[in-house]
Design a protein around this ligand. Structure first.
Ligand code: A2R
Length: 318
C-alpha cells in the first residue's frame, strides 16, 4: 500500500509518518518544498521516500512525483496553515492552498490516477457561527472570517467539484483545532508552551505575552487526529465532508492556566496588541457524529496530557 503525504515535514505530516511506520505493508512517500525545514521528520527520513523539491505551486514537479510514486492514498496536508499569516499574505495563502490543490488534482487527472484522497479542511471554514448553531455540524453555513478560511473553503469545494465532475475519490474533512508535540510555534498552545519553557531556562523574562484569551476552541490531540483522518480515508464516502473534533471546548485562558499549572516558575501574563486579530471566531465547538458513526473513532488522549507533552517537547528542544 503506497501513501503519499503532501506537507510531510509539517506538524500533522510528521505524526502521520510515525503512525504509518508503526504499521506493516505501508510505503510512505512524502513531498516538501525546496529548502523547507525537515526537522520534524529528521528521525524518520531513512524509513520513507522523501521528495524535498516539490512545491505544490509547481504542477511540473507535482506531476513528476505522482508519476514516479503512483500512490494508492494521498493525504493532502501541504498548505499555508496559519490564520494570522493569511492576513499579512492573503494572496500567497489563496495561491498555495487553492491553486496548489488544483495542481494536485490536475496532475492526477492527466496521469489517469485515481487514488483515495483526504483534503485537510478546517473548522475555520465555519467562521462566524450563531450560538444556536452550536455544536457545529457539517450542514452549517460557511461564513469565513479570514483569508485562510476562504482558502480552506476553496479546497473543500474543489474537492467536491472534482469528485462530481470527474469521479475522483476525494474525501473532505474539517478538522477542529489540534495540537501536541511539534506544533508550530505560531499557534497559540505551542506559543504559550514555548514561552514557559524559555522562562524556565532563563531565556525569557518571567512575562508571558498573550493575545485574546476569550476565544473558545475544540481541541484534539494530533495523534488522535491522525487516527481519525486514516479511519475516514478507509471508511469515508468520496464526495462527502466530515468534521473531526473532540466535542468540547476550552477557552484560550484555560489553556494558558493549564500550561502555567505545569511550571514552578512565577509568571506574569501581559496582553500584546500585536497578537490580536482583525476578526476572530469566538466559539468553535464541533459535532462529529457523522464520522463517528462510520468509523467508531473516539479521541483517547486527555487534553491535559496533550499540553504536558507539548510543554515537554519545548523543554527538550530549547
Ligand atoms: O512552509 P514549509 O516550507 O515549512 O512547508 C509546509 C508545507 N507547504 C508546502 N509544501 C509544498 N509546497 C508548498 N507550496 C507548500 N507550502 C507549505 O506544508 C509544511 O511542511 C506543510 C504544512 O504543515 P504545517 O504548517 O505544520 O501545518 P499542519 O498543522 O501540519 O496542518 C496540516 C493541514 C494544513 O492543510 C492545515 O491547513 C490543515 O491541516 O488544518
Amino acid at each position: 500500500m503506497k501513501v503519499l503525504i503532501t506537507g510531510i515535514a509539517g506538524f500533522v505530516g510528521s505524526h502521520f509518518t510515525e503512525f504509518f511506520l508503526k504499521r506493516k505493508n505501508i510505503q510512505v512517500y512524502g513531498i516538501e518544498r525546496w529548502k523547507a525545514s525537515t526537522e520534524n521528520i529528521e528521525h524518520l527520513k531513512d524509513k520513507i521516500d522523501l521528495y524535498d523539491e516539490c512545491d505544490i505551486n509547481d504542477i511540473v514537479s507535482m506531476r513528476d512525483i505522482l508519476k514516479k510514486t503512483t500512490p494508492d492514498y494521498i493525504i493532502h496536508l501541504a498548505a499555508q496553515s496559519f490564520v494570522p499569516t493569511s492576513w499579512t499574505a492573503p494572496a500567497e495563502t489563496i495561491k498555495t492552498n487553492i491553486i496548489g490543490e488544483v495542481n494536485l488534482f490536475e496532475a492526477l487527472r492527466s496521469l489517469k490516477l485515481n487514488p483515495r484522497i483526504i483534503v485537510a479542511g478546517s473548522s475555520e471554514e465555519y467562521g462566524f457561527v450563531k450560538k444556536e448553531e452550536l455544536p457545529i455540524r457539517e450542514t452549517n453555513p460557511l461564513r469565513p472570517l479570514s483569508p485562510y478560511a476562504v482558502s480552506k473553503i476553496g479546497q473543500d469545494f474543489l474537492g467536491y467539484q472534482y469528485y462530481k465532475s470527474y469521479g475522483m475519490n476525494i474525501i473532505r474533512t474539517r478538522a477542529f483545532n489540534h495540537t501536541g508535540p511539534r506544533r508550530g510555534e505560531s499557534f497559540v498552545t505551542s506559543n504559550f508552551a514555548k514561552q514557559i519553557a524559555m522562562i524556565e531556562k532563563g531565556k525569557q523574562k518571567p512575562v508571558i505575552l498573550v493575545g485574546s484569551l476569550s476565544a473558545k476552541r475544540d481541541f484534539t490531540d494530533v495523534r488522535d487526529m491522525v487516527k481519525a483522518y486514516w479511519a475516514i480515508m478507509q471508511k469515508g464516502v468520496p464526495g462527502e465532508v466530515y468534521n473531526i473534533c473532540s466535542g468540547r471546548t476550552y477557552a484560550v485562558q484555560e489553556v494558558l492556566d493549564m500550561l502555567l499549572s505545569f511550571t514552578k516558575k512565577r509568571v506574569t501574563v501581559k496582553k500584546d496588541p500585536a497578537r490580536m486579530r482583525p476578526s476572530d471566531v469566538p466559539v468553535l465547538l464541533g459535532d462529529c457524529t457523522k464520522m463517528k458513526k462510520i468509523t467508531g473513532w473516539e479521541p483517547e488522549i486527555p487534553f491535559k496530557k496533550t499540553l504536558e507533552d507539548l510543554l515537554d517537547y519545548w523543554r527538550r528542544k530549547l
